[in-house]
Design a protein around this ligand. Structure first.
Ligand code: DNO
Length: 386
């Protein structure tokens, strides 16, 4: 697989010359300054591509060309937004960029409750704590009937937490769940937005009455509309699985399991309609056997995210070492190196380690942590290639 790296553009503290030195071949990036829903102009795409090439690298993958909320809930302006999306895709195609990652998660992209969960060795990882998340849902968002989505035992723990949680911890929870993890992935809430909780609750309301089937139909509608452009420019669309892979906050999630992925591939049965195989996201669901999914869906996988988690029956999960956990990366690398040797692969997230701390990196996107993971993945790839 091609060794790629997620780079956040010219303001990223991790520079392209640094990435050359550590053996990166391709870049995964987006035009982050263009607001969600607006067209990506051809000139801006070409500028970014040339900048990357000037450093001896190539722009391998767009992550993400974000899908506007209104396309997901089927708002009145969705056709206009889909038209804009098609123009952006055509412009990417004209510039020769053919792999596009996106997701179809309503309101909130990936979810974590703790950005620096400590390991004994002094490093830290991203973490999801079900009780803290339930607290956010029931006590901070105050979502109507939220408590019905949790067991009595979980709710008892949530009420206990309410007795001891500090105001600072509450603010941190809000900041982590809906601000810090969302803004940099072109999410709905950015650093500096006033009153993120009320913006967030407003967005949740847009999904009143949208169940799993309705969301599926909106995804089918979107994909059917963009496939002609993908056919014309040979663009592979790669949906990112939901992270974590189950319904949250009363919102449906539709790329969570083998059954969902099968539905998605059949709904629009075109080779350009494919998958970002994100091992980390899929592994956070105890219902998923990640190597089995890789075997089953390698033929429609156009982009691979290598990461692993340890998940527990109480619904918590931690981002594990790339050599351990439910992702089984050695098995995955064996499968993808055989079935899809040319697809781009990026190491997804890394621990915060050495002098990564306080550098202001986006959560999960540390330098040393990811560099270590890349070295581990390269080692696995070399062994598998023999
Ligand atoms: C987080 C990422 C996601 C991902 C998007 C793709 O680290 O895995 O934010 O980039 O969901 O659209």
């Amino acid at each position: 697989m091609e060794k790629t790296w997620r780079w956040f553009g010219k303001n990223d503290k991790i520079t392209l010359p640094m990435l050359r030195q550590i053996g990166v071949e391709g870049i995964v990036t987006a035009l982050h300054s263009i607001p969600n829903g607006e067209v990506w102009p051809l000139d801006a795409i070409k500028d970014m591509k040339e900048f990357i090439e000037l450093h001896g690298l190539r722009w391998s993958v767009v992550e993400s060309l974000p899908v506007s909320e209104s396309i997901k809930y089927g708002g009145p302006d969705r056709d206009q937004l889909i038209e804009n999306y098609k123009i952006s895709l055509a412009n990417l195609g004209k510039a020769g960029i053919k792999t596009v990652c996106y997701n179809f998660m309503p309101v909130i992209d990936w979810i974590r409750t703790d950005l620096e969960h400590p390991w004994e060795d002094g490093t830290s990882s991203l973490y999801f704590d079900k009780i803290r998340f339930a607290y956010f849902d029931c006590y901070i968002l105050k979502r109507p009937n939220a408590e019905k989505d949790y067991t009595a035992d979980e709710m008892a723990k949530v009420h206990e937490l309410d007795k001891v949680i500090t105001e600072k911890e509450k603010d941190d929870l809000i900041d982590t769940i809906i601000v810090k993890t969302q803004g940099f992935v072109n999410g709905n809430i950015k650093e500096g937005d006033l009153n993120p909780v009320s913006i967030f609750n407003g967005l949740l309301k847009k999904y009143d009455g949208i169940n799993k089937d309705a969301l599926r139909e909106n995804l089918r509608y979107f994909l059917s509309a963009i496939m002609p452009v993908c056919n014309e420019y040979h663009i592979n669309m790669c949906i990112h699985p939901d992270d974590p892979p189950y319904a949250v906050l009363g919102l449906p999630r539709i790329i969570t399991s083998g059954e969902d992925i099968q539905w998605f591939l059949d709904a629009v049965d075109n080779p350009h309609n494919g998958l970002t195989f994100c091992a980390g996201s899929l592994s956070a669901g105890l219902h998923n056997d990640v190597p089995e999914l890789a075997r089953r869906f390698a033929h429609r996988t156009h982009f691979v995210h290598l990461r692993s988690t340890e998940a527990t029956p109480d619904g918590n999960f931690i981002e594990a070492s790339h050599l351990e956990g439910r992702g089984h990366l050695i098995k995955l690398i064996r499968i993808f190196e055989k079935e899809r040797p040319d697809v781009p692969m990026r190491v997804d997230h890394g621990r915060l380690m050495l002098d990564d701390k306080d550098k202001g990196y986006n959560p999960g996107y540390s330098f040393h942590g990811r560099m270590l993971a890349l070295a581990q993945v390269e080692g696995m790839m070399a062994v598998v290639r023999g």
